[in-house]
Each structure stands twice: as C-alpha cells, then as structure tokens.
Design a binder for this molecule. Structure first.
Ligand code: SF4
Ligand code: SF4
Length: 370
C-alpha cells in the first residue's frame, strides 16, 4: 500500500512512533515503548498492535518535549487513540457492523429502545400479560410470571452467544494482522502474562505513581475506578452463575433473600460498578482536552451509560420486587441487559478484548526476547 493510500491515522501513528523510537525517554511508562523498541521500522500491523497496547494514561504526553506547541506536534496518546478507533472498525466481525462504531450513540440508543420495547411486547403477549406486569408477585419464581423461564433462558443465551462469536471473529482478524510470525495465540506464556497484567491492572499504575489523568498531576483515581468496575463485574458474574446453579440445578428459583450469596455478591458488585462508572464520568468530564481523541468520546459515554442503566435497574429491582413495580422494572432491566449484550461487539467493550490480545502478543515477544 502506498503512503497516499494509508489512512491519516496510520500515517500519523507511523510518524510519531519513528520519532519516539529515536528518543525512548518514555520507555518505563507502559508496555508500548518496550514493544516499540523491538522494531526499527513499523508495518501497519505493528502500528495497529501498538495502538491497542496503549491504554491512554497520557504519561507520555506530559513528559514529552516535542508535544504541542513544539513544531513536531507530537501527541502520542491522541495518535494511538485515533488509530485504535480505526482498528475497531477494521476488525469487527461481521465486517458490515463497522459503521455502527461511527454512529455509536445512536446505535446504543436504538438498541436499548427496541430491546426494552421488545421485552415489553413479549411480556404483554402472554396470557393475562398486562395483569401480570402490573400485579404484585412474591415468592419462588415470581419473575417468571412476567417472562417464562425457558424463554428467558433461550433469548439471553442466544444474545450472549452472538457476542461471544463476534468477539472470536474479531480476535481472529486482529491476531492475524499483528502476528506476522504466525505464533499461536495460546503458545508460550503469553496468556498467563496477559492475564496477570489484566488482573492487576498493572499498566494503570503508570511508572508507579498512576496516570496523568484527568490532568497533568499523577493520580491513581483512574486505576481505582477501573478496579471497582472490573472486580464489580466479576462479583456480578459470580452472582449470576451461582443464581443459575441454584435455579436450574438445585431447583431453587429466584428471587433470593437479601442474605443469600447471589444477592450479596450482586449488590456489592453492582454498587462497585456504579461508583466506578460515576467516577469515570467525573474524570472524563474534567479531563484535559489536549491529548483527547474526540471521536471516541460518544462511544465511551454510550458504553458507560448503558452499563450504568444495567446496574441501576438491577439494584432497583431488588428494592421493588415485592411491589406492583416489579413487572415494569424487570422488563426495563431485561431490555437494557439484552441491549448491552447485543451492542457489546460494536462498542467500547472491544477495547478490553483487543487490549488483552495485544498484551498476549507483548508477553510472547518479551519472552522470546530472553
Ligand atoms: S513521547 Fe516524546 S518524550 Fe516520550 S519517547 Fe516519544 S518523543 Fe520521547
Ligand atoms: S498514553 Fe500511556 S499507555 Fe499510551 S503510549 Fe503513552 S504512556 Fe503508554
């Protein structure tokens, strides 16, 4: 591909990477610089890989003597973010979903609207649908009065499977592009190293003082908010898994008591996620705009708001489950959860997927180097 045919984001990423590779001042900040230093020139695949290895801590922006207003106009985090955005569209599977990244706010809005509407109409179509939705139902299996258990199970298994298959397709395309040596994804200690990096959120501690986020000061806030969201998510996942076992294996249908394991884990996890997401909104709205890649902001906020809705409606359901509001809130909650899974492969969540894959590659490369 000639230079003219390459996108602006690729050209800019190549330009800044070449300057940084002769400077290397930032090599202690994150995984990007040690990976960069293994190369003298950068293929498009290298640049796409490195852009997904970056997690936008901005340490390199404030440390850089060539950052604007210097004539080199070197804005490394912005160049990486712009290229990252392009890779989301390139690697999405199936490929025809690519335009949804450009109209992500609208996509999430419409998906949520139609999902909630779909669940409502589905519940209404049942025998005595309206009475069921507006009634007061308590005791074992009361949620299934609104939507029958097996229909709930089938529809959510299908949408979860959709997200999983789309992610596998995306990972496959991304891995082929960033791995010209054809090393296997599961070979060596790549996954083990990447998993450790992710579980510790290692790179969010920057050079051990945290990120330069939301502004020039070093701060651990972004790391702590990510921890709350990350571990909150696993707590909710554990809650759902235990509830599924209790329901389908032990024959103890939901809802469960306040002191049961699924409710305790779900409440803790949901609360942690809500605090983390509100913290992220605060940080984002107060961030220094100079290293920002504006295009990704709608996608960020769309994902945050949808995840907030999932958790707020889930927690609220706990409080109204013995009242006539239960039916309506359950429909709202199921609708936003459905929209969440539906839009996972074409929204901000793909950052977590590609970043993990890039960390696998990084750990393989570092191991091969020894
Ligand atoms: S961002 Fe600036 S200071 Fe850091 S390695 Fe690149 S050129 Fe050097
Ligand atoms: S913004 Fe942070 S993660 Fe990205 S390249 Fe710069 S120092 Fe590394």
């Amino acid at each position: 591909m000639s230079e003219k045919e390459r996108s602006e984001a690729l050209q800019e990423a190549g330009r800044v990477m070449t300057i940084c590779n002769s400077c290397r001042y930032c090599e202690g900040f994150c995984a990007v610089f040690p990976a960069m230093e293994l190369r003298r020139t950068f293929t498009d695949g290298d640049l796409k890989y490195l852009s997904n290895l970056c997690h936008n801590c901005r340490d390199c922006y404030y440390a850089c003597q060539f950052a604007p207003p210097h004539e080199y106009n070197l804005n490394f985090p912005q160049a990486m973010a712009n290229l990252r955005g392009e890779t989301y569209r390139e690697f999405v599977w199936p490929g025809f979903l690519a335009p949804l990244f450009k109209r992500n706010g609208l996509t999430i809005f419409l998906a949520t609207l139609f999902s909630v509407l779909g669940v409502y109409l589905f519940a209404r179509m049942k025998e005595n649908g309206v009475e069921n939705i507006l009634g007061t139902w308590t005791g074992d299996g009361s949620f299934y009065t609104i939507i029958p258990e097996h229909e709930l199970l089938i529809s959510f298994s299908i949408v979860a499977l959709w997200a999983l298959i789309a992610f596998i397709g995306g990972i496959w395309k991304f891995w082929k592009t960033i791995n010209p040596t054809n090393e296997k994804f599961f070979s060596g200690s790549g996954n083990k190293g990447a998993l450790m990096d992710v579980l510790r959120l290692k790179y969010l501690e920057g050079g051990s003082y945290g990120c330069n986020y939301p502004d020039e000061k070093f701060s651990m806030s972004r790391r702590y908010m990510h921890h709350l969201i990350f571990y909150g998510f696993f707590s909710c996942l554990a809650s759902t898994t235990i509830a599924a076992v209790m329901d389908h294996v032990l024959g103890m249908p939901a809802p469960y008591s306040w002191y049961s394991l699924p409710v305790i884990l779900g409440t803790l996890g949901g609360t942690a996620i809500i605090i983390g997401l509100i913290g992220m909104i605060y940080l984002k709205t107060n961030q220094d705009q100079r290293p920002l890649a504006a295009e990704g902001m709608v996608m960020d906020y769309g994902f945050i708001i949808l995840l907030l809705l999932v958790n707020i409606t889930g927690l609220a359901l706990l409080f109204v489950r013995d009242t006539p509001l239960m039916g309506s809130l359950l429909i709202l909650h199921l609708g936003v959860v459905f929209a969440f899974f539906l839009t996972l492969p074409c929204g901000k969540f793909v950052h977590a997927i590609y970043r993990y894959v890039a960390l696998v590659r990084h750990n393989q490369e570092q191991a091969n180097r020894k």
